[in-house]
Structure formats: structure tokens, C-alpha cells
Design a protein around this ligand. Structure first.
Ligand code: G6P
Length: 368
């Protein structure tokens, strides 16, 4: 098995570096000929029905649940359809009242997670139309869903999800585009969306060049037992995933929060031993995020900023600055995820953890 590792020390690192290819595979053959929309072979649901959908409920667990949160931001923004996100385990037992024009969308890398499968079955029992995003071909969820989209990310061996996560992100973007173009997104907005996604594999390749820098940062911060991940809007789910990754493989206590929520609790944790990782992009919330960083700095907290290259960060505000390419919203969560994956990977290595097989975790959880 180890011969497949090539030059990499761990599957997780190998899979992080496979992301440009995994994204290409997820997108291949899935853009419309006029370059303004996306298309999926296995949805089994026509344009007319999709236009009638009045609400989408996304369900998943763990990392897949974070993909669902990104879907919420993107679908509401680009397709203007109300979206709710549920932990599959909660949805299943909650018996939520839903309209008949509600679509249930489950996301699962393995397609075998019992909670997600049970949520899907519950939705089907009640007569809702179901769709799934899933990586493992022929999995139980893939067989039972009414329609679906395969990720084609290839096998993911590392327990902590990396390439399967970003491949889910590109697909939820493409779903937002597809639904948007069936409703009121213009042709030119569609073309620009498609072009943003097409540039992604090359931009992820470029972003991966931060690996050496992240290794150095990880070595400086690996002794801390607490860490905050903060981001606003589309970067909030990415912050949650950054925190989950660090917890999973480094056993460091980490929390992800919307940056503005920090002052309602987590700010009490800030001290020299609790660094904060900020996700920063340009645009309307940039100044607000800077203000949040100042609140951390004023309390002697160390700040690691992951910022797009259109941001000018004031001098003296950050202890570490990692610069990534500026991209439009549909690609932003993917680009921002790369440095966070590398940070947790290198911290786990520095702490001597078993990166690919972290304690107490399983790749696919088939018990409730
Ligand atoms: C487990 C794995 C996580 C994964 C989650 C959902 O907890 O350790 O990495 O995100 O299950 O898995 P799924 O296969 O449904 O995406």
C-alpha cells in the first residue's frame, strides 16, 4: 500500500496535493456548451421541476456538513433559493415540517455514513425528492438517492478529508450555478462563474506553493493546545473545517467561529497561548475583519492571517501572513481551505501524531 505514497510521507499530504486533479475530475464534462452553466448527467430531475423547488435542505455529517454550509451561502446568493443545513443525525429525528416543493440534498464522501443514509431514507419515506453528492461509486447512498452527482475525487485514504471536501465544494458551486441559470442569473454572470471555476485547478496548484511557509508556521505554533479559526460569510464554514481538521489529526482544541461572533464568548479564551487563524478576503467585510483582528491583538493574542492578495493588512497587526490568490466567491472557500489543510497537517506531524489514522476516528461511521 505504501508504494502508492510516492514522494509523500502521508496519504493526507498526497491527497492535499492531488486537489488540482480532483477538481478537474469533478468539473470534467459538466459545463454547458455555451460556457454559461453546468450540467449533471444523473440528477434525474428536469429543469421545470428544479424551477419549482422552493426550499432545499442539505444534510451531512462532519466535513460534508461544512460543504453543506458553503452550499447554503452559494445557492442563496446565486440561485436565490432558501437553503437550510441540518446535521443528518438531527434531521432524521426532528420530523421537521416541510413543503412538498422542498428538495432534500445529502452530501457524503463515503456514501455509507449511517446518519446521512437514515436522513435520506426518512426524506424518501415522506415523499420528498432527494439528491446526493457522493464520492464512492455504487455506495448505498448513491444507490438509494433519486438522483446524484459523483465527485470523481478518487479514493481518499487519509481519515481527515481533504480532496473530497474541496471536490464537494466545487460541486456545490456548480449546483448553485445550475440552479441560478434556471432562474434569474444572467448569461454573462454565468460565463464569469464558469470561468472562475475553470481557473481553479491552476490557482490551487499555485496556492499549494505555501506548503513550506505553512510548515515553518506550524513548527512555531505546534506547542499550543488551543486555537481559534475565524472567518465571515463564505469563510465561516471554512473556519469550521479548519478547526475540525486541527482537532481531528493534532488533538488540539480548536473552535471555528464567525469572526464577529468572537466578542460574544471566544474572546475570553484569547491569550498568548491561544493563537487565532483569521481568513481574510477583500470586499465589503474586509474592514470589519481587520477590526476583529485588532481586538485579538489588543489582548496579546497571536494572529495568523490567511489573506487573499488583494488585501492590504495594516502593519503590525499579524504575526504570520499567508497570501493566497484573490478569487471570486464561487472559488474562495476552496482556495482558503488549502493553507488550513497544510497547517493542521504540519502541526500534527510536529506533534508526532498518526496523521492518516488519528485516534478514535473512522473514515466512515456506520454506527449511530
Ligand atoms: C467521519 C469522518 C469524517 C467525515 C464524516 C462524514 O466522521 O472521519 O472525515 O467527514 O465521517 O463522512 P461522509 O463519508 O459521510 O462524508
Amino acid at each position: 500500500e505504501d508504494s502508492e505514497l510516492g514522494d509523500f510521507d502521508h496519504y493526507m499530504l498526497k491527497e492535499i496535493f492531488e486537489q488540482p486533479r480532483a477538481l478537474e475530475n469533478a468539473m470534467r464534462g459538466r459545463f454547458s456548451q455555451d460556457g454559461s452553466s453546468s450540467k449533471f448527467g444523473g440528477l434525474n430531475i428536469g429543469a421545470r421541476e428544479l424551477r419549482q423547488v422552493e426550499r432545499i435542505v442539505f444534510c451531512g455529517c462532519g466535513t460534508a456538513w461544512h460543504s453543506c454550509l458553503v452550499a447554503e451561502y452559494l445557492i442563496e446568493k446565486y440561485a436565490r433559493i432558501p437553503v437550510e443545513v441540518e446535521y443528518a443525525s438531527e434531521f432524521r429525528y426532528r420530523n421537521a415540517p416541510l413543503d412538498k416543493d422542498t428538495l432534500i440534498f445529502v452530501v457524503s464522501q463515503s456514501g455509507e455514513t449511517i446518519d446521512t443514509l437514515a436522513a435520506l431514507r426518512e426524506a424518501k419515506r415522506k415523499g420528498y425528492r432527494t439528491l446526493a453528492i457522493n464520492n464512492v461509486v455504487g455506495s448505498t447512498i448513491a444507490r438509494e438517492t433519486d438522483g446524484g452527482i459523483y465527485q470523481h475525487a478518487g479514493p481518499e485514504i487519509g481519515v481527515a478529508s481533504t480532496k473530497a471536501f474541496t471536490s464537494q465544494l466545487v460541486l456545490v458551486s456548480m449546483v448553485a450555478l445550475h440552479l441560478g441559470r434556471l432562474r434569474d442569473m444572467s448569461f454573462s454572470a454565468g460565463v464569469s462563474f464558469v470561468n472562475t471555476l475553470r481557473e481553479l485547478p491552476a490557482l490551487v496548484e499555485k496556492t499549494l506553493l505555501v506548503n513550506d511557509q505553512l510548515k515553518e508556521i506550524a513548527n512555531r505554533y505546534s506547542q499550543f493546545d488551543d486555537c481559534l479559526f475565524l472567518g465571515r460569510q463564505l469563510m465561516f464554514p471554512v473556519a469550521l473545517e479548519g478547526a475540525l481538521k486541527l482537532k481531528e489529526i493534532s488533538y488540539v482544541h480548536a473552535e471555528g467561529y464567525p469572526a464577529a461572533e468572537m466578542k460574544h464568548g471566544p474572546i475570553a479564551l484569547i491569550c498568548e497561548e491561544c493563537p487565532s487563524v483569521f481568513l481574510v478576503s477583500g470586499g465589503e467585510i474586509f474592514q470589519k475583519t481587520i477590526a476583529n483582528m485588532q481586538e485579538v491583538k489588543a489582548r496579546k493574542g497571536k494572529v495568523i492571517a490567511i489573506a487573499t492578495d488583494d488585501c492590504v493588512i495594516p502593519d503590525g497587526l499579524v504575526d504570520e501572513l499567508v497570501v493566497v490568490p484573490a478569487v471570486d466567491d464561487p472559488a474562495l472557500p476552496i482556495i482558503m481551505s488549502i493553507p488550513l489543510q497544510l497547517l493542521s497537517y504540519h502541526i500534527a506531524v510536529a506533534r508526532g501524531c498518526d496523521v492518516d489514522k488519528p485516534r478514535n476516528l473512522a473514515k466512515s461511521v456506520t454506527v449511530e
